[in-house]
Ligand binder design. Structure first.
Ligand SMILES: C[S@@+](CC[C@H](N)C(=O)[O-])C[C@H]1O[C@@H](n2cnc3c(N)ncnc32)[C@H](O)[C@@H]1O
Length: 276
């Protein structure tokens, strides 16, 4: 069988041409070849039996609706590749907006940062790498913490990113110049309406907050004054239509909203607030 025949027969089974890139990536990773090797050699006969077995196993998972990132065990975020497993949320492009805003506010000055609900560590590690800041990466889920630690080692940032098990905030008093969080913010109803691929494969505890969706955001905001000095920043990723509720929580906690960044779909996505 030629590589091009394998590609075409896989696409036929998927019956969705938009999955062409996913199939191509699976072929490349299964046979350990790069993009140009695939395209240059697509009319060559496949001789790598192990590669073919790997492809068939991976393709069966894709056919069953598993996200490509979990099959490959990795996902790009802010130009770098992070290890992922079904224990963590797959990093999203919207979250890069939060990182961008944080970098803008931090400038060149290293700071002490708290990342709440660190998951794969994509936010914490990116900020630590690009600003030489010290980040406490707090996570409640033990399986997620294992992926987080793997990424900390992979990027060699053990001295600047400290993984910490906990429920939203560290047990001990500490002061941070910035708190960032992409917490669970879906309501139970949002979850029921979420795409099947998400519901079946991504961790519900990473996505669902409660009945309203804003419960965890409210707890983060209420707890923030104990950990932020005046003038310090709180950056939160939020769900569609949650900004108004958030403004109320911020005011009650003595924080001032500075800005709300819209995502690529025009949805209010990242709230930037400052401790009065
Ligand atoms: C939406 S995911 C974000 C993961 C990662 N920061 C990202 O942006 O891709 C939310 C994360 O918060 C964690 N989490 C949920 N409740 C938490 C809590 N009470 N305390 C700490 N972490 C929590 C989840 O396990 C999950 O890893």
């Amino acid at each position: 069988m030629l590589y091009s025949e394998l590609f075409a027969s896989a696409l036929k089974k998927l019956d969705r041409n938009e999955m062409a890139t996913a199939v191509e990536v699976l072929i490349e990773s299964s046979f350990a070849i790069n993009r140009s090797q695939f395209w240059m050699g697509r009319n060559q006969t496949i001789r790598d039996a192990n590669g073919l077995r790997r492809f068939r196993r991976a393709f069966a998972r894709l056919l069953a609706g598993e996200p490509l990132a979990y099959i490959l065990g990795k996902k790009e975020f802010y130009g770098e590749t992070f290890a992922v497993s079904p224990a963590v949320l797959i990093p999203r492009p919207e979250t890069e907006l939060l990182v961008e805003k944080a970098l803008e506010l931090l400038g060149q000055r290293p700071a002490r940062i708290l990342d709440i609900g660190s998951g794969s560590g994509c936010i914490a590690i990116t900020l630590a790498r690009l600003t030489r800041s010290h980040v406490v990466a707090l996570e409640k889920s033990r399986p997620a913490l294992r992926v987080l630690k793997r990424n900390i080692e992979r990027f060699g940032v053990q001295s600047r990113v400290r993984p910490l098990a906990g429920d939203l905030y560290p047990g001990r008093a500490a002061a941070f110049r910035m708190i960032v969080a992409n917490p669970p913010y879906l309501s139970r109803q949002d979850w029921l309406e979420a795409p099947r691929e998400i519901r079946l494969h991504e961790p519900k505890t990473a996505l669902v907050s409660g009945r309203a969706g804003t419960e965890i955001l409210a707890r983060i905001i209420a707890g923030a004054p104990r950990f932020l000095e005046p003038g310090s920043h709180l950056l939160l990723e939020i769900g569609q239509g949650q900004r108004r509720a958030l403004c109320g929580f911020l005011k009650a906690a003595g924080l001032r909203e500075l800005e709300c960044v819209r995502d690529y779909a025009g949805i209010e996505r990242v709230v930037v607030a400052q401790m009065e």
